[in-house]
Design a protein around this ligand. Structure first.
Ligand code: MN3
Length: 386
């Protein structure tokens, strides 16, 4: 029986992972959440986890109260995440926290020799080289949870990675595909939070609307599969049935398909290489009838443009676009800036963050901190003038 820990257990990926764990009797060693201590306490009791970690330290007393008649060990903050990442006897850690905060725990778990199921894309975007090098050095495996990357992983399996010619990274296009900048001017958070195919947390849903999500995934794919930017073609596929495809040197293309349900890639990452029945649905190709593929509109969606630029630059540039985006999305959800200003802030971050080629943890954290400060100042200025 597998023993796993989950960082981000109360989020969209975390709760679906627990459904998978329940179906397949996976043992849960530890659970960590950001601030939802009531749900975290319920999960810990239901799954018999030994450790519970709440990231927001102001919630730790409330969590202790919820778990007072149990033997659960309670942790909090960055230190708590690190301790969970280093737990002995854990076969795999699912990292599904939101944002760059997931980077250090990922590195800690790899250092401790624990395999990773990775749903936290910001980890690979900001510190991808560090993560992949350390994993290689420690013989640790990284199983992608993101549906596109799970698809690519599955398509490459059984083939020679050096014979990959390139990949087709599919994108749903988000709720605003086909719109012009003029039409995107007045978009509200409520409109941007409605995704046509996937139900996800608020950060990633906004990232899908701005196409930042696809930009982050572009960089994530480069790191995971050791690809050059020229080897990745983004293809808008509105139905989200083909989750991505790989082209080999003989021009044969292998794609992975399935209904748009994250439980499929989550389960594959957790149970690899097993393919047991997943708590989801059968794909009826004839119900869909028609699958379409189109070019993305990089001129309208500044976030995607910025990410591709950052991917080509390398160094601390991906950390810069990511940090600016995390701040901009929060400000947009708080109605401090407009939808299009997210893209402007992310593009601007590339110009204002001093470029550094070397990727060390210090350099990544420094770039992240610097870009957040600049972006926050700009947000203040914008919200004063609104
Ligand atoms: Mn995805």
């Amino acid at each position: 029986m597998q023993n796993i820990s989950i960082l981000g257990s109360t989020g969209s990926i975390g709760t679906q992972a627990l459904q998978v764990a329940k179906k397949h009797n996976i043992n849960i060693a530890a659970l960590a959440a950001n601030s939802n201590y009531t749900l975290l306490a319920c999960q810990v009791k239901e799954f018999g986890a030994e450790y519970a970690c709440i990231y927001d330290e102001s919630c730790v007393d409330a969590l202790k109260e919820e778990l007072k008649n149990t033997n659960v060990k309670i942790l909090c903050g960055d230190e708590g995440l690190k301790e969970i990442a280093r737990l002995k006897g854990v076969d795999k850690m699912l990292n599904s926290v939101v944002g760059m905060v997931g980077l250090v725990p990922t590195l800690e778990a790899i250092d401790a020799g624990t395999d990773i199921a990775l749903a936290n894309k910001e980890t690979l975007v900001t510190g991808g080289e560090l993560v992949m090098n350390l994993a290689r050095y420690n013989g640790v495996r990284i199983f992608p949870v993101d549906s596109e990357h799970s698809a690519i992983f599955q398509c490459i399996k059984g083939n020679k990675p050096e014979q990959v010619r390139g990949i087709f990274l599919t994108a749903s296009g988000g709720p605003f595909f086909g719109k012009t900048k003029e039409q995107l001017k007045g978009i509200t958070p409520a409109q941007a939070l409605k995704h046509p195919n996937w139900s996800m947390g608020s950060k990633i849903t906004i990232d899908s609307a701005t196409l930042m999500n696809k930009g982050l995934e572009f960089i994530e794919a480069m790191r995971l599969f050791d690809l050059k930017p020229e080897q990745i073609e983004i293809v808008v596929h509105r139905q989200s049935i083909v989750h991505s495809a790989v082209e080999f040197d003989d021009f044969s293309v292998i794609a992975q398909m399935g209904v748009p349900d994250m439980k499929i890639p989550i389960q594959y990452a957790l149970l690899y290489p097993e393919r047991m029945e997943c708590p989801t649905e059968h794909l009826s190709l004839t119900d869909y009838g028609r699958l379409t593929f189109e070019k993305p509109d990089i001129d309208t969606f500044d976030c995607l443009k910025a990410c591709i630029k950052a991917a080509k630059l390398g160094g601390n540039a991906p950390a810069a676009v990511n940090g600016a985006n995390e701040e901009a999305v929060r400000a947009f959800l708080d109605e401090k800036i407009s939808f299009l200003q997210i893209g402007e802030l992310v593009l601007g971050a590339l110009e204002e963050t001093p470029f550094k080629q070397a990727v060390t943890l210090e350099a990544v954290l420094e770039a992240d901190k610097a870009v957040r400060e600049i972006t926050k100042k700009k947000i203040e200025k914008i919200s004063l003038n609104r």
